[in-house]
Design a protein around this ligand. Structure first.
Ligand SMILES: [Zn+2]
Length: 76
């Protein structure tokens, strides 16, 4: 892959090119995780997960809770 040279602005921000966002499935407004590994920054899209049990399946994104937990709460 050919890299692009970009400058960080005064606040340390950089624009991620639309082509890169499209190919990685990272879109404007997505929650991202930034990690450092061997002197390189890695940007990953954060998958929605249940704030109660940690599951990544059947997430109600409005509440950030999985349907199983919603059903358990409703049955209380
Ligand atoms: Zn859950």
């Amino acid at each position: 892959m050919i890299g692009l040279n970009r400058k960080l602005d005064k606040l340390g921000r950089v624009v991620v090119p639309a082509d890169y966002r499209y190919r990685t499935g990272i879109d404007i407004g997505d929650q991202i995780k930034i990690t450092e590994e061997a002197g390189k920054l890695i940007i990953e899209k954060v998958k929605p997960f249940c704030k109660i049990c940690g599951s990544e399946e059947n997430i109600n994104e409005q509440y950030s809770v999985c349907e199983d937990c919603i059903n358990k709460i409703k049955s209380i």
